[in-house]
Design a protein around this ligand. Structure first.
Ligand code: NAD
Ligand code: IPM
Ligand code: MN
Length: 364
């Protein structure tokens, strides 16, 4: 019997709804496979601002650092959109990524046969697409200083800085090559080397790292072309590696292959400490509180946690199989339902997944 301490940060909006679903699914895994998961809860984002006056209280960070892994729902919402920068919910998310050294954000994009009709793209384009976006998460434009407005010669100007150390680029690119070795051995390094000096250094480092991985093919692609290729012919890709903001944008785009943003999980891996697992979507204020959100991105993130942080492969497989079976049986949250047919709520979807995990005859 394994014992694991999991920090849960539900956050705001649908973050709360999907985090609750993932915890229930993990409890079902604990029952089925005889593990003890201890869940400890912390504040982050808008709710933390309202209750503690800061988007990432110190107690939350300490609790996360003392856990075996962290599950995060989502942060943000219109209520805090006009707050000063240091009191925005998103600041809490950026801070926890930086403080916990979560440098590598793995965003797998997997096509499910039964959702072929849910994507606006043609089934023959998306069928069998299976790619992994490796997004740098603690550097680049999101963290460069200065990031400010100021007055220059009587005129208002603004500056955001794109800053990377060579080592920061090297470690994320290396991570992508290591992951590609376990997949289809192809890395597409995405940059804007025709314009940005940072991208020219990125490309140079990618070439250097590639020499250490002769079994992995490296290609370079400009980010604007990559955005187009992702929906024109996604099957050409295996692992894409890119800087923080490019990865943010391309992964939301890539979610369209699967039918919904609500399908994409992610793992934010730490250099040394505990890792964090979060869906790629946000707090979805337009559907929050309506029991409509697709919980699968969060549930699949918890499967990534079992696999990558705890080495519980059979247990992770059980969750992934349950998701596959529930979709194949026709259960759909509103975001992936075709013509609004057979729509289930967030909680019903969670119940269906749990039922399959707990049913001895259904899985394994
Ligand atoms: P969003 O991802 O919250 O929503 C975009 C669209 O996708 C919405 O129409 C939403 O209803 C839909 N959607 C997202 N997740 C879904 C799910 N699980 N099931 C069904 N539909 C889903 O992005 P946004 O609207 O641009 O941002 C809303 C807030 O969330 C902002 O405050 C933003 O900063 C924040 N945000 C947070 C995170 C995070 O915490 N990791 C990520 C992205 C955005
Ligand atoms: C994500 C989100 C965040 C990001 C925001 C909320 C800071 O969009 O996790 O993809 O841009 O990284
Ligand atoms: Mn994003």
């Amino acid at each position: 019997m394994g014992k694991y301490r999991i920090a849960v940060l539900p956050g705001d909006g649908i973050g709360k709804e999907v985090a609750k679903g993932a915890v229930e699914v993990l409890k079902a895994i604990g029952t089925r496979f005889d593990h003890h998961f201890e869940f400890v809860y912390g504040l982050i984002g808008g709710e933390a601002i309202d209750r503690e006056g800061t988007p990432l209280p110190d107690e939350t960070l300490q609790m996360c650092n003392e856990s075996d892994a962290v599950l995060l729902g989502a942060v943000g919402g219109p209520k805090w959109d006009h707050n000063p920068p240091h009191l925005r919910p998103e600041r809490g998310l950026l801070k926890i990524r930086k403080e916990m050294n979560l440098f590598a954000n793995l965003r797998p994009v997997k096509f499910y046969d039964s959702l072929a009709d849910s994507s606006p793209l043609k089934a023959e384009v998306v069928k069998d697409a299976d790619l992994l976006i490796v997004r740098e998460l603690t550097g680049g434009l999101y963290f460069g200083k200065p990031s400010e407005r100021r007055i220059e010669s009587g005129e208002e100007v603004v500056v955001d800085t794109l800053y990377y150390k060579r080592e920061e680029m090297k470690r994320i690119i290396k991570t992508a090559f290591e992951l590609a070795q376990k997949r289809n051995r192809k890395v597409t390094s995405v940059d804007k080397a025709n314009v940005l000096e940072s991208s020219r250094m990125w490309r140079e480092i990618a070439e250097e790292v590639a020499k250490e991985f002769p079994d992995v093919e490296l290609e370079h692609m400009l980010v604007d072309n990559a955005a187009m290729q992702l929906i024109r012919n996604p099957k050409q890709f295996d692992v894409l590696v890119t800087e923080n903001m490019f990865g943010d944008i391309l992964s939301d785009e890539a979610s369209v292959l699967t039918g919904s943003l609500g399908m994409l999980p992610s793992a934010s891996l730490s250099i040394s400490g505990p890792s964090l697992y979060e869906p790629i979507h946000g707090s979805a204020p337009d559907i929050a509180g309506q029991n409509k959100a697709n919980p699968l991105a969060m549930i699949l993130s918890s499967a990534m946690m079992l696999r990558l942080s705890f080495g519980l492969h059979q247990e992770a497989d059980a969750i992934e199989k349950a998701v596959q079976q529930v979709l194949a049986a026709g259960y759909r949250t509103a975001d992936v339902a075709k013509n609004g047919k057979h729509v289930v709520s967030t909680t019903q979807m969670v119940e269906e997944i749990k039922a399959r995990i707990l049913d001895d005859s259904a899985i394994l």
